[in-house]
Design a protein around this ligand. Sequence first.
Ligand code: PA5
Length: 443
Amino acid sequence: MITLNTKKVLPFIQKEAVTALKPQVMNAMQMLEKGTGEGADFLGWLHLPSSITDEFLSDIEQTAKVLRDNCDVVVVAGIGGSYLGARAVIEALNSNFQAYSAQQTAVVYAGHNISEDYLFELMQFLADKRFGVINISKSGTTTETALAFRLLKKQCESQRGKEMAKKVIVAVTDAKKGAARTLATQEGYKTYVIPDNVGGRFSVLTPVGLLPIAVAGYDVRAFVKGAVEMEKATSVDVPFEENLAAQYAAVRNALYSTGKKIEILVNFQPKLHYVSEWWKQLYGESEGKDGKGIFPASVDFSTDLHSMGQWIQEGERTIFETVVSVEKTRHELLVPSDEQNLDGLNFLAGKHVDEVNKMAELGTQLAHVDGGVPNIRLSIPVLDEHYIGQLLYFFEKACGISGYVLGVNPFNQPGVEAYKKNMFALLNKPGYEEESKAIQARL
Ligand code: PA5
């Protein structure tokens, strides 16, 4: 199992401050379990891992095979919760240089921005490729995704023919509502349903995450198995003291109440960059409301020690960090010895590169604690499907608990609508006439 170490927060908060939150944390866990808290309509993720059937996974694997057999590139079109989970897992498992490999079906992403250059360059890149699309949108109406899909559908049909396009376009959307559903029904695409009771940022264990992960060639069964193990390990019956999710939720809320308003998710493996992006959405959208919430930020070390390191070491003391530490690398590489030793690195000769990385990690932890930054450490034995399944479910569970302890509804995101309303008014979208007039007066 992945493990959690909170010893290095103790110079900053008393153990009792964490224990004092036990009743609130246990209450939050009961609220999740019994569905008595706000946002209870969106608790489908809670026991999702253990409810996934073998039959369902076989179907996902079969669809992934159709896409892999017929495509060199598959575009995952989606934004926020409709793409970050898949990207987090795929990039954590991919080779760092996967983009340059012609061996596997490549997964690329669209529908998460409105950049004309991005879309143009993507279409140019796809122009000589056998490509397919997984169109993911729960609402089926998200502008970024719908716009990208409109372009990709046309290109796929003209490049590959209407019949093949039908085979290599898959829709993951609401069971009934939304334009993506209407279009998929009309065109006869293979479709998957995003359950009503699972919000975007909690949907990585639905087809939203599982299909792209399988298309990328990874073992969705091992991923789900890891999540099932964590579902058990963090269940309401597991005592507070032994429950990873309860502990993490308690510690971060205890830190928040002492003025630590920013949490930085840290990795020492660049492959974890998108796990941090996924985590930021999960915690940012779940907790940042009603004028409250820890601000989730992230850094990739040791890279960012040479940019953000100064701020973290000596800037305003409002931060704490959570380090996702990978115990064992997938590959081995020793530092070679050099006769001339002009770079002075012979003291490292014969050591694993990872040993140097681990000492950077330990040195950073000690330096940051000395500098006033509480440190939480999550250890993953190795970066594989199974442990990533554990990790993502752990963060989901802790997020649900933490949000309720904070006193917010962790399962809505009303603030996300504000920019959309203005954008539609500025673009004169039908139905936004009043808003258009009002916004013109403000320009
Ligand atoms: O977590 C969320 O609910 C959001 O990030 C959504 O996933 C995101 O806005 C995309 O929405 P949709 O899937 O409806 O296109």
